[in-house]
Write a protein that binds this ligand. Structure first.
Ligand code: CO
Length: 674
C-alpha cells in the first residue's frame, strides 16, 4: 500500500476548515436503479424520482445509475412506462451528473443474447436518449460478449465501464478457479478492450473486507483504469469491505440514499461521508444536503413502496450467503421452487448437490442468469433423478449453456453431461466455440416488420425486439389500442396510506377474508396485491367520491413474484429461449390449443402431466400429430427455466388443453396421447 492511498486523519474544525481531500473517493449513487431493484422489486416510478432529482444533481456524484438491469423490463411490463422516456425526463432535472446504466453485455437489458443488429441499435438509442456510462457485464466474464456493444459505446463517445463478476468456490477468495490471478487477467482483458474504468461487481455480497483489500491493491498495480467497487450488503460485510477497499486505493464506490440502502441493496452514503470526513480521502459531500434528500424520500416517496419491502424476516442480512457462497436471491428462489413442488424438506440435498452441478456446468459465476440455470438444474436433479448425476430432466437453458450459447465457461463442462444435454438439441449436437452471437441471425428487420403499424420509431421497435410479448402489449397501451389494466397504473399516496391502515387491521386480525361479501366492484375500483408477514393478499380498493375505500381483502394462494434479492433476480422474465427459438415449435404454437375448455382429462389415452407448476411456453405438436415416445411435445417454463417435456408413449395427440402463456399447476394434463 502506497502512502498516497493510506487514509490519514487530521484534527480540524470540520465546518470551517474542511479542505478538499488530496484523493477524494468518488461516489456513484445507485438508488434509482439497483436500490429499488434490490429492495422494491424495481417498481420505482419516474414520477417518484423527480421530487429528489434536482437535489441529487447538486450532491456531486461521479455518476447516478438510473437505468438498465431490470428497469427496462419492469417499466414496460408492470408500470406502463416507456423506458426511454424515463431517461429523457430525468435528464431534464439531472443536468450535471452523468447517467450510468447496467448493460448485460449481449443480453442488453433482457435475458438472452440478442443479435448484433439489435445490440448496436440499442446502444445507439441509449446514448441518444441520454446515457453516459455503460457499466457492462457478462455472466460468464466472457468478454467476447462485449465485442459488439463496446465499439458502439466508444463510437458514441461514451464511457465504457467493464465489469468483472466476483464469484468464488471457496469460503474466501482463492482456490483453483477464482484466485487473484483470475481477476487480474480479466482486468487486463478489459483494459485491452479500452475500458475507461473497471468495476468489481460483487452482486451477492461475497467479497470479504480483507480479500477486497488484496484484490483492489493488486488491481491498482496491474491496470491504469480507475477501479470501481459494487458490493451488495446482503451478507452484512460490504460496509467493512468498502472501508478496506478505500484503504487499498479504490477510486469509486457505489452507495445508495438511506431509504434505498442495506438489506440486499448497498450501504448508505451518509455514514461513509462521516467516516471519511477530514481524511485525505474525504468524499467532500455536504451531509446535511444528503440528509434532506433521504428525509424527502422517506416521507414523500417511501410510503408508496414499503409494502414491497420483504418483511418476512426480522434479520436484515442473509447468513446463508456466508455459509454457501451463493447469492441470496438464488437461495430464496430455490426455496420457493421447492415449496411449489411440496419438497421443501429436500433443501439439504439441494445445498449438497449445488456445488457438484456447478462444477459439471463449468464453475460458472453465479449471477443472473447463470445462478438460476445452476439452481434450477440442481432442483431438477434432486427431484427427478433416480441415481446421482443422471440429469434426467435437463432444462433448455442448460442445453444452451452446453452448446456454448452463453459463452465460454471458466472450466470445461463435464463432457458426459454435455453430450446428454445436446442429444437431439435443435441447433446441433456439436457445441460451438465461437462468440455466441455469431450464430444468431439478424433480428431487427424482422422485428420492424412484425411491429409495423404499432411502433412509431426505433425506440418502440426495440421495446418489441427485446420483449416480444410484453413489449407488444405495452405498445398497445401506449398508443391507446388497448386500455392498460388498473394494476399497472400508479398508486397515489392516499391509496398507499389507506392500504397501510388496512394492513394494520389485517395484522391485528380485525379483518379476515371478505371476498365472499365483496360483491361486484364499482367503476373506480382497483385491486392490489399486498404482502403481510410473508402471506399475499389481494386488496380491492374503491375510490368513492375521491376517497379510497377498502372493499375486500383476500388471501392469495398463488405467490407474487418474490422480491429480487441482491439485485440478482429480475421479476418474472417472460418465456424466452436463450437464443432465437428453433423454427418448428414456433410455427406450431398458434394453432396448438383448439379446445380451451379443460376436457383433455376425460379423453382416453395416456396423459402427459406437468411434472411441476409452470407456464406453457409452446406446444411443439398439434392435435392430430403423430408422436414417438421421447419427442418433445410441450415446453414448460418453471422458475424461469424451460423444460422440454417428452411424449411418454407413441401415438397421436388426441387433446391439448392449454395454450402458450397459460399457467398450469403440477399434474395438469398438458395433452393426451392415444
Ligand atoms: Co447490483
Amino acid at each position: 500500500m502506497s502512502d498516497h492511498n493510506a487514509v490519514k486523519t487530521t484534527k480540524m474544525n470540520y465546518d470551517k476548515d474542511r479542505p478538499k481531500a488530496a484523493n477524494p473517493v468518488k461516489i456513484e449513487d445507485i438508488s434509482l436503479r439497483d436500490g429499488h431493484q434490490s429492495l422494491f422489486a424495481t417498481r420505482g416510478r419516474t414520477e417518484d424520482m423527480i421530487p429528489v432529482a434536482e437535489m441529487m444533481d447538486e450532491v456531486g456524484f461521479w455518476a447516478m445509475e438510473v437505468w438498465g438491469g431490470a428497469t427496462f423490463d419492469t417499466m414496460h411490463r408492470f408500470l406502463n412506462e416507456d423506458p426511454w422516456e424515463r431517461l429523457r425526463t430525468l435528464k431534464r432535472y439531472i443536468k450535471k451528473t452523468p447517467f450510468s446504466m447496467l448493460l448485460r453485455g449481449q443480453n442488453l437489458v433482457g435475458y438472452r443474447n440478442y443479435a448484433d443488429d439489435v445490440a448496436k441499435a440499442f446502444v445507439d438509442r441509449a446514448a441518444a436518449n441520454g446515457m453516459d456510462v455503460f457499466r457492462t457485464f457478462d455472466a460468464l466474464n466472457d468478454y467476447r460478449n462485449f465485442e459488439t456493444v463496446v465499439p458502439k459505446i466508444k463510437e458514441n463517445g461514451k464511457h465504457f465501464q467493464g465489469c468483472i463478476c466476483y464469484t468464488m468456490t471457496e469460503p474466501r477468495m482463492g482456490g483453483d478457479v477464482y484466485g487473484i490471478d483470475y481477476y487480474i487477467k480479466k482486468a487486463k482483458e478489459l483494459e485491452d478492450m479500452g475500458a475507461d474504468s473497471i468495476c468489481v461487481k460483487d452482486m451477492a455480497g461475497l467479497i470479504a473486507p480483507y480479500d477486497a483489500f488484496d484484490l483492489i491493491t493488486a488491481l491498482k498495480k496491474a491496470v491504469k483504469a480507475p477501479i470501481h467497487l459494487h458490493s451488495h450488503f446482503t451478507s452484512g460485510m460490504s460496509s467493512m469491505t468498502h472501508l478496506k477497499a478505500i484503504e487499498a486505493g479504490v477510486d469509486i464506490i457505489d452507495t445508495c440514499m438511506t431509504p434505498y440502502a442495506y438489506r440486499t441493496s448497498h450501504p448508505a452514503i451518509e455514514p461513509l461521508v462521516m467516516t471519511l470526513l477530514g481524511t485525505n480521502r474525504d468524499i467532500g459531500f455536504d451531509i446535511n444536503k444528503l440528509a434532506e434528500i433521504s428525509e424527502k424520500l422517506e416521507t414523500e416517496v417511501m410510503p408508496k413502496y414499503k409494502h414491497l419491502l420483504d418483511d418476512s424476516k426480522v434479520s436484515t442480512i442473509d447468513i446463508n450467503v456466508l455459509l454457501h457462497q451463493t447469492p441470496g436471491g438464488m437461495l430464496s428462489n430455490l426455496v420457493n421452487q421447492l415449496k411449489e413442488m411440496d419438497a421443501l424438506d429436500r433443501i439439504g440435498e439441494v445445498y449438497r448437490l449445488l456445488p457438484k452441478v456447478r462444477k459439471d456446468l463449468g464453475q460458472v459465476p453465479l449471477v443472473t442468469p447463470t445462478s438460476q440455470i445452476v439452481g434450477t438444474q440442481t432442483v431438477n436433479n434432486v427431484l427427478f433423478d433416480e441415481t446421482e448425476g443422471e440429469y434426467k430432466m435437463i432444462t433448455g437453458q442448460v442445453k444452451d449453456l452446453c452448446y456454448g450459447l452463453y459463452g465460454k465457461t471458466s472450466t470445461p463442462i463435464n463432457p458426459e453431461v454435455q453430450k446428454k444435454a445436446l442429444k437431439g438439441y435443435a441447433r446441433g449436437e456439436e457445441p460451438i466455440t465461437c462468440r455466441p452471437a455469431q450464430v444468431l441471425e439478424p433480428e431487427l428487420d424482422k422485428a420492424t416488420e412484425e411491429i409495423k403499424g404499432l411502433a412509431v420509431d426505433l425506440d418502440d421497435t426495440l421495446v418489441y425486439a427485446l420483449y416480444p410479448v410484453t413489449g407488444q402489449k405495452y405498445l398497445r397501451w401506449k398508443y391507446g389500442k388497448e386500455e392498460a389494466p388498473k394494476e399497472v397504473m400508479p398508486r397515489s399516496m392516499e391509496e398507499a396510506k389507506a392500504e397501510e391502515a388496512l394492513l394494520a387491521k389485517v395484522k391485528k386480525g380485525l379483518i379476515r377474508d371478505t371476498t365472499q361479501d365483496a360483491g361486484e366492484l364499482g367503476e373506480g375500483s382497483r385491486t392490489f396485491k399486498v404482502k403481510v408477514d410473508g402471506e399475499f393478499y389481494e386488496v380491492g380498493v374503491e375510490e368513492a367520491g375521491g376517497t379510497p375505500v377498502i372493499d375486500y381483502v383476500q388471501q392469495l394462494v398463488a405467490q407474487m413474484p418474490a422480491a429480487p434479492a441482491g439485485g440478482m433476480v429480475a421479476p418474472m422474465p417472460q418465456a424466452q429461449p436463450a437464443a432465437a427459438p428453433p423454427p418448428a415449435p414456433k410455427a406450431a404454437a398458434p394453432k396448438a390449443a383448439p379446445a380451451p375448455a379443460k376436457e383433455a382429462a376425460s379423453v382416453e389415452g395416456t396423459p402427459l402431466l406437468a411434472p411441476m407448476p409452470g407456464m406453457v411456453v409452446s406446444y411443439a405438436k398439434n392435435v392430430g400429430d403423430t408422436v414417438e415416445k421421447g419427442d418433445t411435445v410441450v415446453i414448460l417454463e418453471a422458475m424461469k427455466m424451460e423444460n422440454a417435456l417428452p411424449a411418454p408413449v407413441d401415438g397421436t395427440i388426441k387433446a391439448i388443453d392449454f395454450t402458450s402463456g397459460d399457467n398450469v399447476p403440477k399434474n395438469a394434463v398438458l395433452c393426451v396421447i392415444g
